[in-house]
Every structure is written in structure tokens, then in C-alpha cells.
Design a protein around this ligand. Structure first.
Ligand code: SF4
Length: 359
């Protein structure tokens, strides 16, 4: 059982973050935000995959203005990611951004920050204080020697204090390092020092395999310890892949489940069907399904039937055939040539029944 650290709850649009709210899954678009059609299209794909909050980069006033048209066409809350220019933060909020991610210390001084905070209060927009290894202030760096976890935390709390001095508390915090162990230490430390909701992430984590492993190690440990209220898995990939990894991570920790769980064996010398092809096609088919079914795709009749029986729908490969199991019972034998089509048809039938509540 994971005991979640109790944090203050904030609202990002209509999504609650922190407190007893479910851990929210985020991603960030990699389109030019000024290109409204491309950005909306990517957000729609993210929404279909289960993304709950999306962040867009705001590099200039045209991008801030584009937020209005983007917001009109998407359903999930939008956060504007801003560096250095307080005018972009204000413009993003005026155009409907439901959250902003800034580093309060690098907006150009107290007056400019006060303008941002005034706009955030007027528009009921929370602020994510985003600190990373590159943003740690010089004096803190000098004190710690490097952007150590303690330095990241000190920098974050200093930036948070700037907002608190303006009587602003609708805050969440992120502390990003590209090192998994430093990320764990930093968030642990921060979690002891404040009760603001935390956005977890490993920055510049890498491509699909390296990024997934690094992020899963760091975020998995933190989430297991009850730390973290929202998170993003950063990958050098199509951001839709980030969402899939997010849900697999939450599923592995038994925190949240979305869509079917696919269990498939790695195959070995006993396998007598084209299991890789079958598993890949099944995986593609279930990508945007939301029903929580357990599916098993196994290569042989030695170990396959055990897993297949435990699943809602399972198949164990035989010599040129697949043996289908439904809800733990042997259902039928299907020639390999028809296996994929029959399996997917059964899966769709089961999903439809599940959606109707008639499982
Ligand atoms: S289920 Fe069968 S084919 Fe797959 S890894 Fe296990 S023994 Fe090998």
C-alpha cells in the first residue's frame, strides 16, 4: 500500500492536483505553439491517449495569443511554459492559459513578478515554480559547489518565497535534474520541507528506452514513497508515447489503471506461432482503449495457458494454432492464419460489453 504524502490541492482548470486527487498525467507539445492547427492536432492525440494536462512553450507574444484559439478547440487544461519574459506570462493568462510554468527569479525583478502574480490572481491561475540544474542561482551554486539536490531545493524554496511574499499560494513545484538519483534525493528533500503539490519529472531523460528506464526508476521510487501529485515522462519522441509510459508506470505501481493491460511472453524455443507480430498488432489495437481488461498473449502451451487463464482474454500458441481462453475458461482453438482477426474481434466484443456494464 502506498501512503500518499498529503499536499495542498490546487486546480489547473478543472483538474485537481494534490491532496486526494488522482496523480495527474501530463505531457508537453513539441509543435510551434503559433501553429494552432498543428498544436491542436497534437493535443487531440494526447487527449485520446489519456493526457490530462498539457503544456505548451510560449516563446513570443504570437504564441501567447495563439493560446486562445488552441483552448477553444481542446478539452484538457493548458499550461503555458515561459522563461524570462513576464509579458508573455501575463499575455498567456489573458488568453486563457489555465496554468503557467515560470521561474519567478528570472522574470526581471520584483515589479515584473508582481505583475505576473496579479494576473494569476485575477485569472485564478496556479503557478508552477520550475527549477532545474541550469536555473539554480549563482550564490546557491557557489554555496553547494554544484546543482546538488540540496541546491535545487534551496533554489525552489527561494522562488516559492517570492510568490508567498506576494500572498500567492496556488503553487506547485518541480525540480528537474537529468540524473535519476539526484531527482529522487531532490524531491524527497523538498517533500519534507513543504506541502505544495509536486510535479515530478526527469529532464532531458533521453529516447524511448533510456528515457523510460531513467524516468521509471526515479519517478517510480518517488511515487512508491507517496511523493508526487502530477508528472511527465520526458522522451525524445512523439509525446503520445510519454502518456503510454506514464500509464504503464502508474499501472505497475497499482496507482491508476487506464485501458487494457497486455501481458505477453518474450518467446523462447518453445514458441510455435509468430508471437511478436501478434503481440504488436494487439498492442496497436488497444492503444486508445480505456476499458481495464487484462489480456495475455503467450507463445506456447507449456506456460501460456496459466497466464492466459488469469486474463479476461488470452491466447496460448500451439503448433500452427492459437488456443483462446475467456475469463479463465478454454474457449476455442483457432488456426494461426485467423488468430489475429478472431482475437481482436473477441477483444472488441468484450470491451463493448464492459463499456455497457454487461461483462
Ligand atoms: S510462454 Fe512458452 S513460448 Fe513464451 S516464453 Fe514461456 S515457455 Fe517460451
Amino acid at each position: 500500500m502506498i501512503t500518499r504524502k498529503k499536499t495542498r490541492q490546487i486546480m489547473v482548470g478543472d483538474v485537481a492536483v494534490g491532496g486526494d486527487a488522482p496523480i495527474a498525467v501530463q505531457s508537453m507539445t513539441n509543435t510551434d505553439t503559433r501553429d494552432v492547427a498543428a498544436t491542436v492536432s497534437q493535443v487531440e492525440r494526447l487527449e485520446a491517449a489519456g493526457c490530462e494536462i498539457v503544456r505548451v512553450a510560449v516563446l513570443d507574444l504570437a504564441a501567447a495569443a495563439a493560446i486562445r484559439a488552441i483552448r477553444d478547440q481542446i478539452r484538457i487544461p493548458l499550461i503555458a511554459d515561459i522563461h524570462f519574459d513576464h509579458r508573455l506570462a501575463v499575455a498567456a493568462m489573458e488568453n486563457g492559459a489555465q496554468g503557467i510554468r515560470i521561474n519567478p527569479g528570472n522574470l526581471g525583478g520584483p515589479e515584473k513578478l508582481a505583475r505576473v502574480v496579479a494576473a494569476a490572481k485575477a485569472h485564478h491561475v496556479p503557478i508552477r515554480v520550475g527549477v532545474n540544474s541550469g536555473s539554480v542561482e549563482k550564490d546557491i551554486l557557489k554555496k553547494h559547489g554544484h546543482p546538488t539536490p540540496a541546491a535545487l531545493v534551496e533554489s525552489a524554496l527561494r522562488n516559492v518565497a517570492l510568490l508567498e511574499e506576494l500572498d500567492f499560494r496556488e503553487i506547485k513545484i518541480s525540480l528537474k535534474s537529468s540524473d535519476a538519483l539526484a531527482t529522487i534525493d531532490a524531491y524527497r528533500l523538498l517533500s519534507e520541507r513543504c506541502d505544495y503539490p509536486l510535479h515530478l519529472g526527469v529532464t532531458e531523460a533521453g529516447g524511448l528506452i533510456a528515457g523510460t528506464v531513467k524516468s521509471s526508476v526515479a519517478l517510480g521510487m518517488l511515487l512508491y514513497e507517496g511523493i508526487g501529485d502530477t508528472f511527465r515522462i520526458s522522451l525524445t519522441r512523439d509525446p503520445v508515447e510519454e502518456i503510454r509510459v506514464c500509464y504503464e508506470l502508474l499501472r505497475s505501481l497499482h496507482i491508476r489503471q487506464r485501458g487494457p493491460e497486455l501481458i505477453s511472453c518474450p518467446t523462447c524455443g518453445r514458441c510455435q506461432v509468430n508471437l511478436f507480430g501478434l503481440a504488436e498488432e494487439v498492442e496497436r489495437h488497444i492503444q486508445n482503449m480505456t476499458v481495464p481488461l487484462k489480456i495475455a498473449v503467450m507463445g506456447c502451451v507449456v506456460n501460456g495457458p496459466g497466464e492466459a487463464r488469469e486474463a479476461d482474454l488470452g491466447v496460448a500458441g500451439g503448433h500452427g494454432v492459437g488456443i483462446l481462453f475467456k475469463k479463465g475458461e478454454l474457449y476455442k482453438k483457432v488456426p494461426e492464419a485467423e488468430l489475429l482477426a478472431v482475437f481482436l474481434a473477441e477483444l472488441d466484443k468484450m470491451a463493448a460489453q464492459h463499456e455497457k456494464g454487461g461483462q
